[in-house]
Design a binder for this molecule. Sequence first.
Ligand code: M6R
Length: 655
Amino acid sequence: MCGIISIKGKNAIRKTISGLKKLEYRGYDSCGIAWKNKKLNIKKSKGYISILEEKVKNIKSELTIGHTRWATHGVPSELNSHPHVSMDGKFMCVHNGIIENYKELKKQFLQGYEFYSDTDTEVIPNLVSKFYKDLVNCNPSCCNRRRNSKYSGECYGSKCKCASYCDDILTAFKMAIDQLKGSFAIVLINDYNDKIYFARHSSPMVISKTKDMIICSDINGLDDKSNTFYLPDDTYGVLDNDFEVFDTNSKPIAIKYSNYKGGIENKLSGYKHYMLKEIYEIPNAIELTKDALYGASLTLPKNISQILFVSCGTSYHASLMAKKYIENFAHIPCECVIASEFISSNNLILPNTLGVFISQSGETADTLKSLEKAKSQGVYTLAITNVQNSHITLIADTTVLMRAGAEICVASTKAYTTQLFVLLQLTNYLIGLQQGNFRIISEKIQSKKQDKVSEGEISKANTCVGATELVEVLSKQDCLGISSDDIANLTGLDISTIDKQLDNLVDKIYLHKQFHLIGKDYDYITAMEGSLKIKEISYIFTDAYPCGELKHGTLSLIDENSIVFVIMTERDLIAKTTNAIHEITSRGGNVVCITQFDDIDLSDCYYVIHLPKLNQLFMPIVSIIPFHLISYKITTKLGLNPDKPRNLAKSVTVE
Ligand code: M6R
């Protein structure tokens, strides 16, 4: 988590603050900036970047490191916020990730050092400082290390023969990072020279070379996204007017730039909050995604035996919905695993498994780590993400992009609904694949029609478990019974028809301390996602169950103060769902029913929210929208900021 931006260039402080604001979606509980004007300086703040901005507004510098934090070790406070400083004040650094062995490092190398914060990060500048001093004092053991390093040479302390070409700080920095266990993206400046030192392990960073030199935790922090270099994992380096990057053996790495156009639209466009704006953008987000997907082809392995979905949070709920779509209509068995669990369990991977990794941001550490793990086990991997050029797209075998546009609010709304739309299209493709509606890529290559595919894709196919052939699925036709009118009804959905039903309800319930949500089949997954949405931003306790589970425990909580949301969008399940409603109302509980059916008796309910009637396959997309709006309305009524809930961040880049 956390955002890093470091700049060497004119007006670096102003540009760093502007970059940090763009990175606030990665964490926003505290922030800080260090800069050099002959001497090192530092300012920090608890809370939003705007507070820090005030503190540095008239200062000029051409060398900075900046950080916006999401606390892992130590409470959000000025002391714990980055940059962190070595005890001698000579080194300052910012860090994303977690140093797991920081206590051991303090004992092993930093006895007698004083630490002012509760963070794991503070060991880093101190280790660099210690190793640097060891090097310049020419401790014999350091000479050995130095001989083994890229900057080897005989060491004679301050009279060192190699002084003209050897960068002791880079050597000390490398010695420090070699000691770190965990994950990190680190940027460090120092009192001795005007260079910036950086390193990464399992935590992304990009370098941009335009008129300024910038290091950033992701491209969203950059104004000019041309000429960016994605730092490969397990590398380190140094930046001055240009930069050099090395692998862990200190071998130089070739620099390859990418050009990326587009980025976060940071405009509220008249809405009070991004969340509301993004809910209202749902129909348009789906329309843009549909336009990009229709007519596109997708490269997948032939003969898929199983689909393994791995993701987190809302994206995990989307995968649960996909399992239902695919098992019901494409008849391929699916398994959905939460990414953090996938990393730490032994998963049985069947031959011919397709791995699908869903991530709105494309930067979620748990999902990225899982993808790497699955790939190492020979799984062919498909990423579904909303962010072009995000890290997931760089490591997955193939990618489908959603076109939801930037989602800035921490709570995912339009991205979730767009994910569901993409997953329905994936189901369509998979049916097409079974119907033989595909072209074998090797044939395409042999016939020299190599437009979109490369030999690399064939060799990729050969490394995947059992997937000896990759195919291009050409299914453009509808295999799911969705007509163009159905699509037009979805993309023309008027959110305000749902919105205007909710104010009366919210006025009555916003002070409640807990809500229950229930549903059956697809509606149970909507209950889970609705529950996450309410608790995430309003801090009200919620839980979600299948209707049939109530009587196995939760019913004991139901009394005349209870509010239970019941989602009912499947006609075949009306009888069973209304049974659950009776179980609740007969114990005095208050049912808020969400349904498109107007031919059933819901007079027992406390409140009914009427959904528009769309193609049944689209009902999961529509039935979540009342929960988006209810969460938003409750949260704003409680005086909370729906866009930036406490303790959370938009992009969870730590495991
Ligand atoms: O960017 P991702 O889809 O990988 O993010 C996964 C979760 O962190 C995310 O969906 C989270 O649960 C949302 N904030 C929920 O609204």
